[in-house]
Design a protein around this ligand. Structure first.
Ligand code: NA7
Length: 559
């Protein structure tokens, strides 16, 4: 029976469903968090996911060429030996469909699907101090209540679609790479304009160029890129990775970026110019993010960084045949790796194709979108059938702020973070008890191979909740003092590197107009961070206030 909207029953709000914990997001983080809380701690848990399937970022980012930059043997869960032994990656870097297959495999293998509610977007979350419960509302009007709320929403899930005048008038079709249609896009015979030359644009351009009639790349900030040198994994490598899983995990846990390679303990100044050139050549041939590991001081010493930057600019000039195009591509305004360094498959070579052109929209900005294409300031109208926005994300804070979270006394997260995100360990926020933010701002997150950062966070949260249950605590939140100290430490770590020198970086929130300019991820390295988190837990959750609902076991540990 369908009730008329005016019927009193229809107006009655949906009955709230109650759980010990609610998790938001079914990507790498949410799936593992569900497994830990349900199967290891025995909690009642519901995972809410906006999409119709698992995968998180890999569910949405189906654009041409979508592939992870971490090597596949490191882009996986390491918590289960059986899982490691039974799964085989096919290429050096995993492609989006393969990662999605992997995450579906994990979901089924651990029987997680039954506790996930798909097609369920969280639109609000309010903390009620009287009952010590989070009240969560979804787009469809469903209501959930839980003691613990854990966000597993990823750092790069809120699409950044620039507010360009005239987009609504465009007669062709447009797409954001992070919201790509599942049925794909046929570029055959089309005139395509792609805005953005971050990791995504650099992956997509070579693939789009293969079928499009014409591809125009609109570049605002020129970018470095290193060849990925992707290819099928040999049986020998697969056997080696399986046999050495423990050693690989131990390397990933000991390195600043959670990758399975060690940063060389030599300075770029320790070698002669010829030796340095040979080292860079070898790293270029090997390909991948490991290029950054050629010298220990590339991210801390500008003069050392300049040597890598100049090597990479020279490579662009060698690869790209048209000198004017090469000059625009090599006109890079930031030190190497201070923005997320892309790796590519034939990106710069793509500009040697007859059907590809480059527009420098720093010199000649996009003025508007017209029914027929994109008009730049010089008055040129670039006629287009399809516009691809490879324009990135409202990173790190975006997915959390869009959830409309309110803590104690109705304090909104947006208000609490008006001047930029403030967390303790990137895990918790003062005034928002029992809210845990996996890979939140202030944690290594995007500066780290994500599954490594995620496993550490999930395991820390699980151990924390287990500790609370063991000791009769119902509530945890960081003290203001601990948050102040951590924010200061995050700034100090960033300022010890060259990272803040990239003024247009999404690490700083600079890609979203009006967003506070604060360096968001923790730049002190995953290994150091892991040690800090472990020490804080060992010291009885130093810097957190823990209390029981009765108030009887009140305790405040201050760092
Ligand atoms: P990124 O790295 O944020 O790149 C977005 C690109 O889009 C970048 O080149 C931006 O230029 C450009 N952009 C954004 N807005 C505009 C406007 N309004 N006009 C012109 N150009 C614009 O996002 P990606 O998706 O490539 O990568 C995100 C992460 O996903 C990546 O680092 C990996 O971790 C995976 P800008 O640099 O802001 O001048």
């Amino acid at each position: 029976m369908r009730l008329d909207k005016s019927h009193p029953m229809a107006a009655r709000p949906a009955e709230a469903r109650s759980f010990d914990a609610l998790i938001v997001g079914a990507g790498f983080s949410g799936l593992y968090q569900l497994l830990c809380l349900r199967d290891r701690l025995g909690l009642s848990v519901r995972l809410l996911e906006a999409a119709d399937g698992v995968g998180g970022t890999w569910y949405w980012n189906r654009y041409p060429g979508a592939r992870c930059d971490s090597e596949s043997h490191s882009y996986a869960y390491y918590f289960s030996e059986e899982l490691l032994q039974e799964w085989t990656w096919s290429e050096r870097y995993p492609e989006q469909p393969e990662i999605l297959r992997y995450l579906n495999h994990v979901t089924d293998r651990f029987d997680l699907r039954r506790d996930i509610r798909f097609g369920t977007r969280v639109t609000a979350a309010h903390y009620d101090a009287v009952t010590n419960r989070w009240h969560v509302t979804t787009e469809a009007g469903e209501r959930y209540v839980a003691k613990f709320l854990i966000t597993a929403v990823g750092c790069l899930s809120a699409a950044n679609i620039p507010d360009i005048a005239g987009l609504d008038s465009f007669a062709g079709t447009w797409y954001h790479t992070g919201q790509w249609p599942h049925e794909g896009v046929d570029f055959t015979g089309k005139r395509v304009g792609m805005i953005g030359t971050g990791s995504t644009g650099i992956q997509a351009a070579p693939v789009i160029a293969q079928s499009a009639a014409q591809l125009t790349v609109f570049q605002r900030t020129a970018n470095y890129s290193i060849p990925a040198r992707n290819g099928p994994l040999s049986d020998d490598f697969k056997r080696w990775a399986r046999a050495n899983a423990a050693e690989i995990r131990s390397v990933m846990h000991s390195t600043p970026n959670g990758h399975p390679f060690v940063i060389c303990d030599r300075s770029a100044h320790d070698v002669t110019d010829e030796e340095r050139q040979a080292i860079y050549e070898a790293a270029w041939e090997k390909g991948g993010l490991q290029f950054r590991a050629a010298f220990r001081d590339l991210l801390t010493d500008k003069a050392a960084n300049d040597t890598a930057a100049e090597f990479l600019r020279q490579k662009i000039r060698e690869v790209v045949k048209d000198p004017a195009t090469a000059a625009t591509l090599a006109n890079i305004d930031h030190p190497f790796a201070t923005k997320r360094p892309p790796i590519d498959t034939g990106y710069f070579e793509t500009f040697n194709r007859d059907n590809v052109s480059l527009m420098d929209v720093l010199a000649n900005p996009i003025e508007c979108i017209t029914p027929d294409g994109i008009r730049t300031r010089d008055g040129t109208e670039h006629k287009l059938d399809i516009v691809v926005f490879a324009t990135g994300f409202d990173a790190m804070t975006g997915p959390l702020l869009r959830m409309n979270i309110h803590g104690r006394d109705g304090l909104s997260l947006r208000e609490a973070w008006r001047a930029g995100p403030r967390t303790y360990l990137g895990l918790q926020i003062a005034g928002f008890p029992n809210l845990f933010t996996i890979t939140g701002p202030g944690s290594p997150s995007v500066l780290c191979n994500m599954p490594v950062a995620i496993e550490q966070h999930v395991e820390w949260i699980t151990a924390c909740i287990a500790h609370m249950r063991r000791h009769g605590f119902d509530r945890i939140e960081p003290t203001e003092q601990a948050v102040d100290g951590w924010v200061e430490h995050v700034n100090e770590m960033a300022n010890a590197t060259l990272l803040p020198q990239a003024k247009h970086s999404w690490y700083l929130g600079a890609n979203v107009p009006g967003k506070p300019r604060v360096f968001m991820p923790y730049a002190g390295g995953m290994a150091r961070y892991r040690t800090a988190c472990a020490r804080i837990a060992e010291n009885g959750y130093e810097g957190f206030a823990l209390s029981a609902e009765t108030g009887a076991l009140q305790r405040s540990a201050v760092s």
